[in-house]
Design a protein around this ligand. Structure first.
Ligand code: GDG
Length: 499
């Protein structure tokens, strides 16, 4: 069956737009940001379809629908809103999604708040999404649900009589059973996920964890097969589970980064921070991204390698995220105190500043200028589903003379291990040593590594990711879309050998 014949219905928590109320009372609509939007916007622009999600505000819902209709006409694909009340947002989004699933799935169980009302909110909002999907789709469509906010949707759609094919992709990691089984609703979630026809993960590690959780939670379940797609059998259910490492729109990054505006902005940065190597960290404010550990590693570098003072600066860009949530506000304060401590200890008055700290959203041009200006990228999340920043940085390294330092706990590490310097982000001295390694690396090694990285990122781009997922949803064989050869194949074949 040809996947292109079916209309694509993308469903995610947020629509790819941000609504702001201006002082005049009118609404302003901006493009959204974040990993999922970066990945899916080019796809829907390219092939058309429908995007269903929450508009991100509980305010004046009725006013937003006509704006969405107008925006749809410009965007080239349809947009439909799922309107949520403030209480639903609290329990479903801030509560279950971000105080339970997000920390648990990133191995941070002590940060979880297993409040039963959050679970009720999650179930209610997933049902609401399912109703909106029912109103805006037909049996021929392919419904592609994204991420941890919406794991129940296939189950809800089946209850409503939906006969469409439904797939699910998890953008964040899936935890091992010793963590997952702590979730009071672990059985509900496994049963709900097994209502999809295809469930996709970023890495073999995540799929292996999921398979172990299925077997731990459901008696008489079995995982059979080998390679990119395996099959879970549980009672009458038969669900395919696959690995689809997400990519970026490589050519678009390359095209945009080659523009004079980006070159001018990058030059501006070098003028502001002259005669030194620039190390870049850029991510959303989030405790999974390892920003405090990275700052400590940079401080360790300046202490243990004093010769590098004045020869290197860290640019740390922190993008506001989940503003107003106490854990995130505390993290921001702690980051800013650490930056203050390092700069206070090492700054040369009137001259070199060790850490150049920026808190705020960036335009695309600004982001690309930081990528282009940086000699070394320090991408050191404590745990990450994939991490697109690592791939974007390499795509923008047009001269192929930069170095990527990457956490071994980012999903991207499985694909990029042959070119990046892999580090354990908890190992402060190890990260400091990796920065020195990158600083001292000769031009030939830098370009050899970066060429390997860019070749893989270009080949396995976001369109490869979509095509491989949709092909898996519509065909049994995936021979046209083999996994990247440099994608660690670990022991999956042994693990999935039929019992
Ligand atoms: C989740 C998973 C997985 C961010 N701020 C700005 C901005 N961005 C763009 C970046 C990049 C994206 O947001 C961030 O993607 P990441 O992958 O690094 O992280 P998450 O947001 O946590 O994404 C992650 C991803 O989903 C996709 O599956 O890789 O593991 O956690 O594309 O460029 N872009 C602009 N201004 C900003 O201020 N222009």
């Amino acid at each position: 069956m040809n996947a292109n014949r079916h209309r694509l219905i993308v469903v995610s928590n947020r629509l790819p737009l941000v609504f702001h109320r201006e002082s005049s009372g009118a609404w302003r609509v901006d493009a959204g940001s974040g990993g999922l939007v970066s990945a899916l916007l080019p796809v829907l622009r390219h092939r058309g379809g429908t995007w269903i999600g929450w508009p991100g505000t509980s305010d004046a819902c009725a006013e937003l629908d006509p704006i969405l209709t107008r925006t749809s006409a410009q965007a080239g694909f349809a947009l439909h809103a799922v309107h949520l009340t403030a209480e639903e947002v609290q329990d479903f989004y801030h509560g279950f999604s971000n105080e339970v699933i997000w920390p648990l799935f990133h191995d941070l169980q002590p940060l979880c708040n297993f409040d039963p009302k959050y679970w009720r909110g999650y179930c209610g909002v997933n049902r609401k999404f399912a109703q909106v999907i029912m109103r805006n789709s037909n049996q021929e469509d392919f419904v592609w649900v994204h991420d941890y906010h919406l794991m129940n949707i296939a189950q809800d759609l089946r209850h409503l009589g939906c006969g469409s094919r439904i797939g699910f992709f998890l953008h964040i990691p899936f935890p091992p059973p010793d963590l997952f089984l702590k979730l009071p609703w672990c059985r509900n979630l496994i049963e709900a996920l097994l209502e999809y026809e295809l469930v996709g993960f970023q890495t073999l590690r995540d799929r292996r964890n999921f398979a172990e959780c299925v077997k731990a939670v459901l008696e008489n379940s079995q995982i059979v097969g080998r390679g990119q797609i395996v099959t879970a059998f549980a009672g009458a259910k038969r669900v395919r589970i696959g690995v689809f490492p997400i990519g970026i729109d490589f050519n678009d990054f390359l095209r945009q980064t080659a523009t004079p505006q980006v070159a001018a902005k990058a030059k501006e940065l070098h003028t502001l921070l002259p005669n030194r190597r620039l190390v870049l960290g850029v991510e959303r404010l989030d405790y999974t991204k390892g920003i405090p550990h990275r700052l400590n590693a940079f401080e360790n570098l300046l202490t243990r390698y004093p010769d590098l003072k004045e020869k290197i600066s860290l640019i740390q860009v922190v993008i506001p995220s989940r503003v107003g949530i106490p854990d995130y506000d505390d993290l921001k304060t702690s980051i800013e105190q650490t930056v203050g401590r390092i700069n206070g200890a090492f700054v040369r008055p009137g001259g070199w500043v060790p850490v150049w700290y920026v808190y705020g959203s960036l335009t695309r041009i600004e982001l690309l200028a930081y990528y282009r200006a940086a000699d070394i990228a320090l991408v050191t999340p404590l745990k990450d589903g994939m991490n697109l920043v690592a791939k974007e940085y390499c795509a923008c390294s047009m001269e192929e003379d930069c170095v990527l330092i990457l956490s071994e706990f980012a999903g991207a590490a499985a694909q990029l291990d042959s070119g990046a310097l892999l580090v354990n982000p908890f190992d402060i001295e190890g990260v400091a040593d990796a920065i020195v390694h990158a600083y001292e690396m000769d031009a030939a090694e830098r370009s050899g590594r970066m060429r390997r990285l860019r070749r893989s990122i270009r080949k396995y781009d976001v369109f490869w990711w979509v095509d491989s997922f949709l092909s898996a949803a519509f065909t049994k064989q995936l021979s046209d879309f083999p996994l990247p050869a440099d994608y660690a194949a670990d022991s999956v074949e042994d693990y999935f050998a039929p019992d």
